[in-house]
Design a protein around this ligand. Structure first.
Ligand SMILES: Nc1ncnc2c1ncn2[C@@H]1O[C@H](COP(=O)(O)OP(=O)(O)OP(=O)(O)O)[C@@H](O)[C@H]1O
Length: 469
């Protein structure tokens, strides 16, 4: 028996039109070959069925008496996040269907879709449910216990043991008020991990993110600590800083390796004493925010060359995790590919394209210097250029370097020949900066790497342009 067609869980079809329900059942059973199907024509019954049966996938109509499809979807995603939902909508309900995708539906199809595409979607969803179940089983095996709060990590797509070990570690330090340091190359998901730490710490306050790269000491202090009225010319009113905004919650400081020496002192004081001074005020304030810091730089090396304070490093060092680069956890690539294909399709209001079989081989052999962010940008680009059928390999070949040499030669010969007039040197530099920012998904660190300049240099260039325009 084919496992993919005979899932260990049930597929529930929900629709108030009995004839449609019957014909859908026949398609899934006949050409689809699926077994383990349940039918339901009264939407009020769905919660009971979900509680009584092991259901992995729901095929949901949108317009039904009693409880509508959208409302049911919301209940399912909240109460059974492990269950995938495919929406089957009428022709005139596309807007609602797209809204459902944003709410977490796996896919949507109009009821008139060809049988093959519908079956393909169901197969993909079944595969996804199975992978997720497998991942949960791996997580359980690894820790010999369930994660206390696995839902906190749901937004981080991974099955790699080192990532799962990190999740376990983060749970174990959840109650601590000490800062957490997240290390890892650009684009590995440090911000997502910071989000999980915030959710785990159960604070009532919000998470406030500040990217400290390129902030001079005054701007750093003003951003974090706020200022008193009249603290400097232009400070007409008192303004609270991010530390206060994050009260009872989390202050996430990204790119901490770029902090100036003067700002390092202020941060150390904030961590050690839980205290800070708004600019222009000599009354200290108490902070109740938990601090998370992240950097893609080698802090230990920065301590050695004295560009990072040793005492601050040791304060941050207590709870630290290092997120491995994507090339060290290639097992995650298939899962991430599937995740980003669905994400891009939902964002671009397109059906989820089928990836060609050779795509995974190409991705598995690539080193991903820009890590998960690079994979996400690649997939988004491919889906946006996709016009139907199987996804083209062209974008992936271009971006991974296969064929890049050819492209480079062609570009060198043609790029300026195509323009009626040559741009000035500074216009060309601006064009290059824009192209790098686009390729790097607006990440300055990665864009700077693509341009072969430092991140502060890029940041300065962007600031100068903003002040001119
Ligand atoms: N495991 C993952 N699952 C899903 N999405 C991911 C994962 N890891 C990273 N991403 C996505 O990749 C992009 C980059 O992630 P993120 O911003 O967290 O990286 P980062 O390490 O903080 O990068 P930087 O150092 O440049 O700030 C984001 O769009 C994020 O949603």
């Amino acid at each position: 028996m084919n496992d993919a067609l005979n899932p260990e869980f049930s597929i529930l079809m929900v629709d108030d039109e009995l004839p449609w329900l019957r014909s859908l059942g026949m398609i899934l059973e006949g050409p689809g070959g699926f077994t383990n199907l349940l039918q339901c024509s009264d939407s009020r019954e769905v919660p009971r069925l979900l509680a009584e049966h092991d259901i992995g996938l729901v095929l949901l109509d949108l317009t039904m008496p009693h409880v509508g499809g959208e409302e049911l979807l919301q209940r399912i995603t909240e109460e059974h996040p492990e269950v995938q939902v495919i929406i089957l909508s009428g022709m005139n309900q596309l807007e609602t269907a797209v809204r459902c995708m944003r709410q977490g539906a796996f896919d949507y199809f109009v009821k008139t879709v060809e049988e093959d595409r519908l079956l393909d979607g169901v197969r993909r969803a079944v595969r996804m449910v199975r992978l997720q179940r497998e991942n949960h089983a791996i997580r359980r095996r690894l820790f010999g216990r369930r994660l206390e709060r696995p839902e906190v990590f749901d937004h981080i797509v991974t099955r790699h043991p080192s990532m799962l070990a990190i999740f376990g570690y983060l749970e174990s330090i959840a109650a601590s008020r000490q800062p957490v340091l997240i290390l890892g190359e650009s684009g590995v998901g440090k911000e997502l991990v910071a989000r999980a730490v915030h959710l785990l710490s159960n604070g009532r306050g919000e998470q406030v993110n500040v990217n400290v790269a390129g902030l001079d000491d005054n701007v750093f202090a003003d951003t974090l600590f706020g200022h008193a009225r009249g603290a400097y010319t232009g400070a007409e009113r008192e303004r609270a800083g991010m530390v206060e905004k994050a009260a009872g919650g989390t202050l996430f400081l990204d790119e901490i390796g770029d902090l100036s020496p003067a700002s390092q002192v202020k941060l150390l004081r904030l961590i050690q004493e839980g205290e800070y001074y708004p600019l222009g005020s000599d009354t200290p304030r108490q902070s109740s925010a938990r601090i998370i810091c992240a950097t893609n730089q080698d802090l230990a090396a920065k301590v050695s060359d004295r560009s990072f304070r040793k005492d601050l490093y040791y304060r941050l060092h207590a709870h630290q995790v290092r997120i491995p680069p994507l090339r060290e956890r290639k097992e995650d690539i298939p899962l991430l590919l599937d995740h980003f294909l669905r994400k891009a399709a939902a964002e671009l209001n397109k059906p989820v394209p089928t990836p060609p079989p050779e795509l995974l081989d190409l991705l598995m052999s690539y080193s991903f210097p820009g890590n998960v962010r690079e994979l996400e940008a690649m997939v988004h680009d491919a889906v946006s250029r996709h016009e139907g059928g199987v996804l083209s390999m062209a974008v992936f070949r271009e971006r991974t370097g296969e064929g890049r040499e050819l492209q480079r030669t062609a570009d060198r010969e043609n790029i300026f020949a195509m323009l009626p007039e040559l741009p000035t040197l500074s216009e060309a530099a601006d064009m290059l900066v824009d192209a790098a920012m686009e390729r790097a998904g607006n990440n300055q660190t990665l864009a700077a790497r693509l341009l072969g300049i430092s991140q502060p240099a890029l940041s300065k260039r962007l600031r100068q342009r903003r002040s001119v325009s």
